[in-house]
Design a protein around this ligand. Structure first.
Ligand SMILES: O=C(O)CCC(=O)C(=O)O
Length: 290
């Protein structure tokens, strides 16, 4: 079978996949080709697809072909009749909540392995999304500093979801949100389960504290890593059009939705996939190739 054709957009990560109709793959139950899309995802970390009809049922179904879907998000609304499709709908004048670097839901014990985001309403200008490769950030760190990070763990929490929780319910709202959303501790240098490559697993949205350190030292190290993540060498940037779809590997990437469109509406549909259905076979295939 022929590989999928891709156009790479940046050295660090990101490729546009050409000549693929995702809805048709789902309708035809074309598991082989979906497997090739998955392989491209492992290689490029984030994939872009233009002009994808992909109605909500097919969007959900594509998620299912990649793995078990994530439980409903604790804060986002879902599409009527489609409880697995989260709606990120930013009306004019509302401040969007994704304009900071993050991986999805790293405060869960089991964060999603991938997300599939489809643009529904796009502002005439602005509203781009950037992704950053955490492999690239890891590899750019000074080796001595990297060695110091090797054994450190970092606490991840739900970040700015506090804002809505407090607005809705004050102290009780915050406590309830923490109880529902949870928290999780990860190695600062984590390893991708398929490629085995080390990546930096802290984000400005969700990483609050390095376990075992005091506030000042923890803050300094985290701030340095956040600055590194902000460098454009590690990034790729997508200008959305309606019906553009992005699929990202949530394990070694972060993303940042630029909030420069607040006079316009921007609406996205997202399906989050918890478990990687191809994990075992992919680890084995990767081990043979490398
Ligand atoms: O709206 C976007 O471009 C990104 C949304 C986002 O941050 C997310 O799905 O986690």
């Amino acid at each position: 079978m022929q590989d999928v054709r891709v156009d790479r957009w940046s050295p660090a990560l990101g490729a546009e996949v050409l000549d693929i109709d995702l809805g048709a793959l789902v309708r035809r139950d074309d598991d082989d080709r979906i497997g090739l899309v998955y392989d491209a995802l492992i290689e490029h970390q984030v994939l872009f697809f233009r002009n994808q009809g992909l109605p909500p049922d097919a969007h959900r179904e594509l998620g299912v072909r990649l793995g078990e879907l994530a439980p409903r998000h604790h804060s986002y609304a879902t599409l009527d009749g489609h409880p697995d499709v989260a709606v990120l709908d930013w009306l004019p004048g509302i401040r969007p909540d994704a304009s900071e670097w993050h991986s999805d839901m790293t405060f869960r014990a089991k964060p999603p392995f991938a997300s599939i985001l489809k643009a529904i309403v796009v502002p005439p200008v602005g509203g781009d999304t950037l992704w950053a490769s955490m492999y690239s950030v890891h590899d750019a760190l000074d080796p001595g500093f990297r060695a110091d990070l090797e054994t450190l763990l970092v606490d991840h929490d739900p970040g700015q979801f506090r804002n809505g929780a407090y607005e809705a319910g004050g102290n009780a709202g915050i406590a309830e949100m923490h109880a529902r959303a949870g928290g999780a501790v990860w190695p600062i240098i984590s390893h991708h389960p398929v490629t085995g490559r080390p990546y930096i697993n802290v984000s400005e949205s969700n990483s609050r504290w390095i376990i075992g350190l005091g506030a000042a030292e923890s803050q300094r190290i985290l701030s340095y890593l956040f600055d590194m993540i902000n460098r454009p060498e590690h990034h790729v940037r997508l200008r959305w059009q309606p019906d553009t779809v992005a699929i990202w590997d949530n394990r070694a990437t972060q993303h940042y939705a630029v909030a420069d469109y607040t006079q316009y509406r921007r609406t996205m549909h997202r399906v989050a996939v918890d478990t990687d259905r191809r994990l075992e076979q992919s680890i084995a295939a990767h081990a043979v190739r490398h």
